[in-house]
Ligand binder design. Structure first.
Ligand code: ZN
Length: 123
């Protein structure tokens, strides 16, 4: 089994509604997002998936969050823009990409809110 991982980032503001602490106030993060793809079969070049293609697809998904106030986005109308919810949404959006039509499958999405705090979502 092979696993590849790419990393991309975006900047956005949020607050956690109902949280008893300073995260209830508006603040921003440099969110770092990693996508992990797994599979057993390599292509004719010896690759599971081209890093460049995977990274471009991840960046496309992250564009809708970049330089946004996350709480105002329709996808966060009924849930807080926590790192957990972000990871699940990014996973679901990325998974629906046609780049996963082949043998290589999206395994996980990891969202780092700060360098020391991250969430991993997988099915
Ligand atoms: Zn925060």
């Amino acid at each position: 089994m092979y696993e590849i991982e790419v990393k991309a980032a975006f900047e956005a503001a949020h607050f956690i509604d109902g949280y008893a602490g300073k995260c209830a106030r508006l603040h921003g993060h440099n969110w770092e997002v990693k996508a992990v793809v797994a599979g057993e079969n390599l292509d004719g070049l010896g690759m599971l998936m081209d890093f460049r293609i995977l990274k471009a697809e991840l960046k496309k998904v992250l564009e809708e969050y970049d330089h946004r106030f996350l709480n105002e986005l329709p996808q966060f109308a009924s849930e807080n823009p926590t790192a957990e919810n972000l990871a699940r949404q990014i996973y679901e959006r990325l998974k629906s990409s046609e780049i996963f039509a082949g043998a290589a499958k999206l395994k996980a999405v990891k969202v780092c809110e700060t360098p020391g705090s991250s969430v991993t979502y997988h099915e």
